[in-house]
Design a protein around this ligand. Structure first.
Ligand code: IPE
Ligand code: IPE
Ligand code: MG
Length: 243
């Protein structure tokens, strides 16, 4: 029986973020080249989106390409960009039929023109949807985002005394989104790799050894159930939480 039936619908995180990792190693395990793993990973994106919607998650943020990933071999970067452009545009009708709003975070100035055009078009064509906001982090790194935020704040001319938590959040790429309550990483790596460092201050972390191309709806439910089993204390004591 599906784990879905065990999920408490009143305690579902509103925002789930995922570091989609392990495409290359999965492909290698199948005797294929790395790009095959990236292609297969698209199906896992569909699985995670479907599961998120079933659970009632409102924001799903996926790490698709980091600033550091530009340092990979040119053939892999080119193949990834081509896959992204084709997938983004091909998926728009399906996104619209599921009520999914697509959004991108990251350094748009570093993207090839075809990729930027696909981003702008898909954001615009899905802008009226509100079942789920699917955010793809593309040419993204948290330190880049933080530096940009500092620049915005300083150049706005605010006084030092006015700077607060909310102002910094509003200067981030994720302005207007709640912080992720749950961060998932596949492939057995136990690190954050420069993803959403400001926003995950109090996120619950879920790591799985499964590679991203193996990610299915059940694994998403497993992550949600793990989240629901945690006591989120936010610095307080357990006794205070049960009062
Ligand atoms: C994640 O899989 C996808 C991207 C980072 C673009 P990887 O490509 O990092 O696969 P591994 O981690 O090398 O197996
Ligand atoms: C993180 O995965 C970036 C994405 C999932 C897009 P990497 O595979 O690039 O991270 P490291 O190099 O293992 O830290
Ligand atoms: Mg990796």
């Amino acid at each position: 029986m599906s784990l879905f039936s065990q999920i408490r619908k009143d305690r579902v995180p509103s925002h789930v973020a995922i570091i989609m990792d392990g495409n290359g190693r999965w492909a290698k395990s199948q005797g294929k080249d790395r790009v095959f793993g990236h292609f297969q990973g698209v199906e896992s994106v569909r699985n995670s989106v479907r599961a998120a919607i079933k659970c009632g998650v409102k924001y799903l943020t996926l790490y698709a390409f980091s600033t550091e990933n530009w340092n990979r071999p040119k053939e892999e970067v080119d193949a990834l960009m081509e896959l992204l452009v084709n997938t983004i545009l091909n998926e728009v009708p399906s996104l619209n039929s599921q009520g999914i709003r697509l959004k991108f975070i990251g350094d748009r100035t570093s993207l090839p023109a075809s990729c930027l055009a696909a981003i702008l078009e898909s954001e615009q064509r899905t802008s009226a949807n509100d079942t789920l906001q699917l955010t793809l982090a593309l040419s993204y790194s948290a330190r880049w985002e933080m530096i940009e935020a500092v620049k915005k704040i300083v150049s706005s001319g605010v006084s030092v005394a006015e700077i607060n938590d909310q102002m910094v959040s509003n200067a981030m790429e994720t302005a207007g989104m709640p912080d992720p309550e749950l961060l998932v990483r596949t492939s057995g790596e136990l690190r954050i790799s420069n993803f959403l460092l400001w926003q995950i201050a109090y996120a619950e972390l879920f790591f799985t050894d499964k590679f991203w191309p193996e990610f299915d709806e059940e694994l998403f439910y497993e992550a949600i159930l793990s989240y629901q089993s945690r006591e989120r204390r936010f610095g307080k004591t357990s006794e205070q939480m049960t009062q």
